[in-house]
Structure formats: C-alpha cells, structure tokens
Design a protein around this ligand. Structure first.
Ligand SMILES: Nc1nc2c(c(=O)[nH]1)N[C@H]1C(S)=C(S)[C@@H](COP(=O)(O)O)O[C@H]1N2
Ligand SMILES: [Mo]
Length: 187
C-alpha cells in the first residue's frame, strides 16, 4: 500500500517544509485581486469577495516536494480551477499557464494539469485559514505535480499559447513535474 502511495525517490515527513524565494509579502484582503489574463476571452480581476462567492471544494491530497519529502493527506479548501476558468474562457490555443505570486515567484503549468478536477485555488488548509507562510491568502494547489508548481500568494494566472518558464523552470526544473514520472529536471 504505502509503496504505491509514495512516488519513487520520496520519503514521508509529518508537515510540509516552508519554502520561499523571498520575503512573505503583506496582504490586504480589501485591495487583493486575482487577475486572470492572457489568452482568454474574458480577462478577470476578482476581488476577495468574488472569489469566496464561487463554489468551494474540499479535498484531501498528498503533497510531494521535489526535494524528496512528501506529506500525507493535506486538506485543502478553495475554488476548483475548472470552476474558475469556466468564467475566463481560455482560448483553445492556450496550452500553458504562468502563475505569479505576490513575492514575484512564477511557475509554468501545462493546462491539462492546471484544469484537473483536483487542482484548486486554496484559501484554507487543514480546516483553518491558509497560514501566512503557506501562501495566504490564496495559493494554487496542483496535487498531481511536484509542490513547486503549487504557487503561493497567487495574484495572477496568465494563459499562454507558448511556454514561458517560471522561476525554477528557468533554472532547469521540469516544465511539467509529474512525481510519478520523476520529472524533477529537464533532460
Ligand atoms: N509564491 C511562492 N510559491 C511557492 C514557492 C515560493 O518560493 N514562492 N515555493 C514553492 C516550493 S519550491 C514548494 S516545495 C512549495 C512549498 O509549500 P509550503 O511552503 O506551503 O510548504 O511551495 C511552492 N510555492
Ligand atoms: Mo520545492
């Protein structure tokens, strides 16, 4: 059982290790906006209240970091990405998203993984508001991919017709990052 649940090269730990490329930015929910931009029919700028008005999903998933730790059963709550993009209407030519955090972090995600039914824009973790260090107020969670794709402090999701690389991808990390295929680095 356990062996099948843990991707190759990973080991279980109890809690996610916090990784940040820089200082955690202060966030004011009044002025917070989530921008959906790029190759979409309806660019959106959602306020916090508009986000909370969208259907909320709750799911439990394991979290796999490329630095070889995995954590079981994190419980996330937020907006499923399919519910979000139903309003933005991405162009059929959009093949990637570039997700941007308030700290300047970026990561590119293939659209097929971004729109999985268990990909979320999460604002709660383990039945509490998302802690500051885990991405408050809003983070992407793509359980199907390594954790560096789960951008914290998300402020913009840009749909792209052509690949533009994010922070770690520019430094050699994989464009997709499927832990079950050990897609850690580009070959
Ligand atoms: N905005 C932002 N998101 C980010 C990062 C970051 O530095 N900035 N680090 C990534 C990496 S490398 C990992 S492993 C996970 C860790 O999530 P955690 O800090 O909630 O444990 O966040 C990802 N999302
Ligand atoms: Mo990471």
């Amino acid at each position: 059982m356990t062996a099948e649940r843990l991707p190759r090269g990973q080991r279980w730990i109890e809690k996610p290790v916090v990784y940040d490329i820089g200082a955690v930015p202060p966030v004011d929910l009044e002025s917070f906006r989530l921008r959906i931009s790029g190759a979409v029919q309806n660019a959106l700028r959602l306020s916090w209240d508009e986000l909370l008005a969208l259907p909320c999903a709750r799911l439990s998933r394991d979290f796999h970091c490329v630095t070889a730790w995995s954590v079981r059963d994190l419980v996330w709550e937020g907006v499923r990405t399919p519910d979000l993009i139903a309003r933005a209407l991405p162009d059929p030519e959009a093949h990637w998203v570039l997700v941007r955090g308030l700290d300047g972090y970026t990561t590119n995600v293939p659209i097929e993984d971004f729109v999985r039914p268990d990909s979320l824009l999460a604002y709660r973790l383990n039945d509490a508001p998302l802690p500051l260090e885990h991405g408050y107020p809003l983070r992407l969670v793509v359980p199907a991919l390594y954790a560096w794709k789960s951008a914290k402090y998300v402020t913009e999701i840009e749909f792209l017709t052509h690949l533009r690389r994010g922070f770690w991808e520019e430094r050699g990390y994989h464009d997709r990052g499927d832990p079950w295929r050990e897609e850690r680095f580009r070959v």
